[in-house]
Design a protein around this ligand. Sequence first.
Ligand SMILES: [Zn+2]
Length: 311
Amino acid sequence: MSSTTTAWPDRVSRETIVEVASSLISIPSVSGNEKDVMDFVECWCEQRGISYIVTAKDPARPNVIAWVGDPENGPVIAMNGHLDTVPVSDASSWKAGPFEPVVSDDGKKLFGRGSSDMKSSVGVMLTMLELFRDADLDGALMAHVVSDEETSAVYGTLHVLEQIEAGLVPKPDYVFIGEGSQLKVRNAERGILGFDITFIGRASHTAVARMTGINALAKAAKGILALEGDIDKFHPSIGHPVISVNMIKAGVAHNVVPGEAKISVDRRLIPGETKESVTAEIVAMLDAVAADDPDFRYEIEVDPEGGFIPA
Ligand SMILES: [Zn+2]
């Protein structure tokens, strides 16, 4: 039995956290392929006598809900962490393989795909469950170890929320999300709103470009420059809103003036901003360009992928 005189923070084992995080990193789990890493978590809980259930919208993309204490007997604190990662873009630029966890020489960093986002964090959560397993808790400490955060969340946290609403997973009273935040506690998160903007010109042969053509790409360039830049608003927990033009599609041939150019814009919102307020802001920026250029025409599609998330 561990000494009851040792303060809880002193019982935290750094080595255990690194060990668990390293195990998670060594199991590839790019979004869509989370099954193996979730099997590991299940096994990890099983071996330590930690209660858990597996819940899945798609059996290939499960989520593990694990807890210590009794959720029926007091408040429930849930820690939420995802185990899916973004893909590896250039495996050859890694000194060790992306799925070979390496601790830096000074012992302060752990390298590997997903180490920061957010397998180390899940390593902490699992270690906390083990630490408090035999504690006399009023209520429960729970971990929502989820799939599908880097893509839609439909198979991950959104599915878990549905299960909570259906009464199949205990409703937490408090939730910590272990995403990287430069070790600051943040009580807000940016929202996401996408736009597709199509600039409309007039297609023509290059030879008569100056006479009959209106180059939609050139209009898009003006639009992009109007939109890209810092936004003069601020929220103390999450900073400034962000706007970024991330895709462009235009042109059909080397010798044809493009009649249309479409850009995709990713806008991150802060609390207080709404879909309507941000749309109005973007329209005003583009209309300011149009005021000086009678050939500047555009159509805007708000939230083309239906992925709007409020701040
Ligand atoms: Zn993340």
